[in-house]
Design a protein around this ligand. Sequence first.
Ligand SMILES: *Cc1c(COP(=O)(O)O)cnc(C)c1O
Length: 420
Amino acid sequence: MAGNGLHRCFPDLNNMFDVNRIEFFEQVETPFYFYDMDLLRSTVEKVAALSAEYGITVHYAVKANVERRILEYISSMGFGADCVSGNEVMHACSCRFPAEKIVFAGVGKSDREIAEAIKAGVGMFNCESLQEIFVVNAMAGRFGKRVNVSIRVNPGVDAHTHRYITTGTYENKFGISDHEFSAAVEMIKRCGNIDFAGLHFHIGSQITDVEEVFALECARANEIVDWFEGQGLKVDNVNLGGGLGVDYEDPDGNPVADFATWFRVVSGGIHRREGRKIHIEPGRSMVAQCASLISRVLFVKTGETKNFLILDAGMNDLIRPALYGAFHKIENISAILRPNLPQSQVYDVVGPVCESSDVWGAGRLLPLSVRGDLMAIRSTGAYGQVMSSRYNLRDFAPAVYSDDMHGAHLRTEYFDNLNN
Ligand SMILES: *Cc1c(COP(=O)(O)O)cnc(C)c1O
């Protein structure tokens, strides 16, 4: 094997996995999600510092990861929450996000969800259709409450120029498009139980072209904000959604997303004035890099043309590769403990689920791997555990937190607790 290849496929010790962690993992039943809480804290602290520096309000998009420990930490840092279901609203409340810092978004809110969110006293509804504004107003009247309503606007940004933008174009289910703006203004003015709060834009996810794409979004947002103000509706809140991308190819090289550029572009891009607040709602970028799905090689299968590594983690634990064709870096972390065996091999790494789409990665160059090796599927903190299922009646992979790994006596304790 070329030295080049070896360099790429052998993990080093300066990343998420040191000898202590790997030895700890050896004693835990796989698969499980490992959360590096130090990385989570440095990421969240970075966002908190930028939020203060630029005066931009941050709501964490709860749908990316709903683990209680993570939410309680994020709420303790003063962030608000962006929720897209009634259960997310209730869960955010129970994880100590103050109700007034919760925004309730989502294209299909049921009557029950609307009623519960009004009773919980959420800070704002983001409405995505005229009919929804009407229903929220009626429901508010029934409970004798006033409700803050922002409308989600479809900025009509061209998907073809930016392939990552998947939600901001005219023809999709999200938001209100410009042919309905006048009707929306009429509707809001007629609704006596709602206070118009502002406009919400969200153009898509995993955007890596930060400078260009968010500048475009801001420019379009400014035009739309000015139009609404021209109609006599004060736009005191401009919410630019989430969407900041993370580096799935090189999680150790870029463990923290480029928040600095994002804040700078948004802050400089949106027209600010007295009394206007700017909001963003990062989901993926807050939590993706802090977790790895830890799995074990069950079997090594040598074929005529291909070698397969069959892992004990499957698409039910992490559906992103099967659902979106998403790339996740795969590492053999047991190989870190045997650096004097530097052979490598190309493998198709697959899961155990009875679906041919249950593939972690085809043609991956990895250290020579054997049954029992621990494998880390990286960058799985966002849209990972939260999208898992019990398909094939497999168990849910539990969460293991780096904070719980102090001292040998804790290891067995931790394992016992996991089994309860
Ligand atoms: C999903 C979502 C987000 C978070 O998006 P990320 O790409 O995970 O940062 C923010 N706002 C809204 C309205 C969303 O639906």
